[in-house]
Ligand binder design. Sequence first.
Ligand code: S3P
Length: 187
Amino acid sequence: MHSGNICIGGFMCSGKTSVGRELSRRLGWEFLDTDVVIEQRAGMPVPRIFAELGEPAFRRYEFEVVSEAVGGSNRVVSLGGGALVNTELRNRVLSNACLVILDVQAETVLCRAERPKGARPLLDSNTVHSLMAKRTSAYASCHFRVATDEFPVNAVADRILANIPLTRRLTGTDTIRAAAETLCVPA
Ligand code: S3P
C-alpha cells in the first residue's frame, strides 16, 4: 500500500526531471528532484559531493532524501539514476510510490549528455553501456515502464497519466496500486 506518490526512475538522461516536473504541474502535486534536495542539504552541487566527499557520502544523502521524499503523499519524485541500486531504498520506493521507469537507449543518453557536460560524475561515454547493463536489475522492479527515446516530455507524461487514472483526486492509493499492477508491462 502506498500513499499516492509517483516516483520516476531510470538511467541518467532518460528525462526523469522534465517528465516529473510536467506530471506535477498537471496533477497539482508537489515536485521533488532528489538530486536538488541533496545539493541543498550538502551545500554543494552533485559533482563536488562526488569529488570532495566521495560517492558513498552521496549515496548516504540519497538514501536519506529519497526515504523522506516517499514518506509524504501526493508527490512526484524524480530519482537520481543510481538510487534504485540500493535494494532497501528500492523496496521503500516500491512500497510508498508508484514507480515508473523511463527506459532510454545508450545512444540516446550519449546524445542528450553532450549538452550539460560535467554535471554527471558517473556519465562517461566509454562506460555508458556497461553501467547500463549493471543497472538492469535495479530498474527491473517497477509498476510500469515507458520508452522515452523518440518521445517528447509531453508524450511521456501523457502515457504515464493514461496508465494511472489519477486525474481525479487520489486519496488512496488502492486506485493507483490496482492500476499499476494491471499495467505492469514493458513499454
Ligand atoms: C547518478 C545519477 C545522477 C546523480 C548522480 C549519480 C547515477 O542523477 O544522482 O550523478 O548514479 O546514475 P540523474 O540520473 O538525474 O542524472
